[in-house]
Design a protein around this ligand. Structure first.
Ligand SMILES: Nc1ncnc2c1ncn2[C@@H]1O[C@H](COP(=O)(O)OP(=O)(O)OP(=O)(O)O)[C@@H](O)[C@H]1O
Ligand SMILES: [Mg+2]
Length: 292
């Protein structure tokens, strides 16, 4: 059964994550790129949110700011009530280690370590991980992603999809309160993708974890409770539960239809040569709930 609480996070304390007016600019002057231009996102505890949007719209930047891997240029990021933007490097590192699981778009496995050692790494960094029980825990995490038989393989000996699953096992091993996954199914075949998505869904429904997942795939997004659509560094639309989840392909079709509509608006409204920091078309619209 679902574990979700009210959208305002009023029950059960602070929401898992509150981002307010978050902006992120890279580079200077003529080379300045505004990756995020004032994003407001609240994730209730025990919720599953998908983030979609064109390449370069700021999805990875959003996730990295959410978990303190990147520092916003402005705005506030609160994880379970703790303000990340005011934390020093050490406190942030500890917070990431203990409270957050992150699956990178590029996996980020350590090539010299076996799959089992990679998965065990967060436990080791937290001061444990060497015990037999921790090894067993790592193998168990690998078995949850269907890879217990590859525990002794190094990333270079694994396929892209297998590496992605090792990265997921590593993100889940500490049972973090917030799991951020950047295209966790991008390199997977449909059956394995379904397995991984069901695993994420289960961590929300049975362990009360909160998941924020970037995906380009409407089927993957249909595992979420909510889809946020990003364009040019802004949340331009939100598709809430009724439009997201539901019987099988119907939900994915609704999400795909919203994606197409947004892409059409962006195409129609974009000024020729508009830079990444210039809101145009879809980016000029305000976030809204869409009843489908
Ligand atoms: N370290 C950086 N330095 C300069 N520009 C950056 C940096 N990281 C991201 N950007 C720029 O910020 C914008 C948003 O990038 P981001 O990686 O968040 O996009 P994305 O939505 O995740 O795209 P994709 O779907 O291709 O992964 C892009 O224009 C990108 O070039
Ligand atoms: Mg990205």
């Amino acid at each position: 059964m679902m574990n979700r609480r009210d959208d305002d996070g009023g029950h059960g304390g602070a929401p898992a994550l509150v981002m307010t007016g978050v902006s992120r600019c890279y580079g200077r002057r003529r080379h300045r790129v505004r990756a995020l231009g004032g994003v407001d996102v609240t994730l209730p505890r025990g919720s599953f949110t998908a983030v979609m949007g064109p390449s370069g719209s700021g999805k990875s930047t959003l996730l990295q700011c959410a978990v303190g891997l990147d520092r916003p240029s402005g705005g506030s990021v609160r994880l379970g009530g703790d303000e990340l933007t005011r934390m020093g490097g050490r406190a942030l590192t500890r917070l990431r280690r203990e409270r957050v699981g992150f699956v990178f778009q590029s996996f980020n496995l350590l090539p010299a370590l076996t799959a089992e050692q990679n998965v065990r790494l967060p436990l080791r960094l937290a001061g444990g991980g060497a015990r037999r029980a921790d090894r067993a825990r790592a193998v168990e995490a690998l078995s949850r992603v269907g890879l217990d038989d590859r525990a002794h393989s190094r990333p270079g000996e694994l396929s892209g999809g297998q590496q992605q699953r090792v990265a997921l096992a590593r993100a889940l091993i500490t049972e973090p309160e917030l799991i951020c996954a950047d295209e966790p199914t991008g390199a997977l075949d449909p059956a394995t993708a379904e397995h991984v998505l069901a695993l994420l869904r289960r961590s929300v429904d049975t362990s009360g974890a909160t998941v924020l997942m970037v995906t380009h795939d409407p089927v993957a997004a249909s595992y979420a409770d909510r889809v946020l659509f990003l364009a040019e560094g802004r949340v331009v639309e939100e598709l809430a539960e009724a439009g997201v989840r539901g019987p099988g392909a119907a939900a994915a079709a609704r999400i795909a239809a919203r994606m197409r509509a947004l892409a059409g608006r962006a195409g129609a409204g974009a000024a020729p040569g508009a830079g990444p920091g210039v809101p145009a078309g879809a980016a000029g619209a305000h976030a809204s709930e869409v009843a489908v």
